[in-house]
Design a protein around this ligand. Sequence first.
Ligand code: PLP
Length: 378
Amino acid sequence: MKGAFPMKFEPAPLEDWMRLYYFAVDDDIGSSGVEDYSLAELRAMLGIGTDELDAVVFRDSTSFGGEEVRTAIAEQWGTGDPDRVMVTHGGSEAIYLVLSTLLDPADAVVVTEPTYHTHTSIARTMGCELRVWPLRPENGFRPDLADLRAVIDGVKAVVVNFPHNPTGASLTPAQRDELVAMCAEAGAYLVWDQAFREMVVEGEPLADPVHDYEKAISIGTLSKGYGLPGLRVGWAIAPHDVLRGTLDLRDRMTLHLSPLVELLATRVARHAGLLVGPRMDQARRNLGLLRQWAADHAELVHLPEPMGGVTTFPQLLGHTDTTGFCHDLAREHRTLLVPGSCFGDPTRVRLGYGGPTSSFTRGLETLALMGENAHVQN
Ligand SMILES: Cc1ncc(COP(=O)(O)O)c(C=O)c1O
């Protein structure tokens, strides 16, 4: 029976790590987001007056999200149809609602490896068969569609996230088209987590498959490129029956969003470029600094070239497990880096370059210093 699975999760090492150190460091070179905005900045950029905030009445919103916010999201990121949009508490809730609704215990699902943890843990916990589409380090984690072709037959869904956390790898537009065609041929849902959609190093964001594939489900968030992780706004753009199905869970969990949050999200969605532009300019400048830093410290680090997002997944040379090193970096030097063990590869670290440039540069200096000391001790 659908929904009768024993929903007991394993701990999520990435979230455990963030709980330990996110609030206990000065310099963050591990996170996957950009510099956060304040409410004052948001109001100034988007022209939100105190009268508009004062006019908010804290009544319930609707289960899928208010008409205005769904319309703004549908027009900015979707097909223009607000009835295909559900507004959620971050992309996290959207992923949970969508996967729990789509999948049954006997289903097979394709996931990339490495990947963001909920893409695998929800399906695994439900008892689904996980089929791996490996993003291979020897190819700089660039996806190879031949690897997907080898596992796609008979699957219920393909779950992807491009640009990809943690590697920064992505698809070319031609590969995106091929992915959509392969899902269509297999009759599989394509769950397209576009958390880092507009965060591309070069060129245009990939076209969202909700525009050209009826079984595509797109998941978005204001937490990454828009610098608003604390607003907790995400969404799913999906076929009506899938959205309707998510209500059984939502009715027992979060019910709906706050009208205040919806007001802010509506305005952000209408002027999304204003927020993301300056943050991506900063991230691209940081990436230039990071490339130079990696070239200057070639004995410490091997940096795969990212295509998007604001993270890369480099190897720290000489480390078979970077976890202890990252603990020391956080505890002794108040610098956050995420050990690759949180993504299943302990020889690597997730390095995030989306933060304020001064703090990012300091974090890299600390990392170099610590790395050189570790080398001397080895
Ligand atoms: C790929 C991906 N999807 C979704 C999320 C969820 O983020 P949020 O719930 O803050 O929107 C994250 C967060 O790191 C992520 O990396």
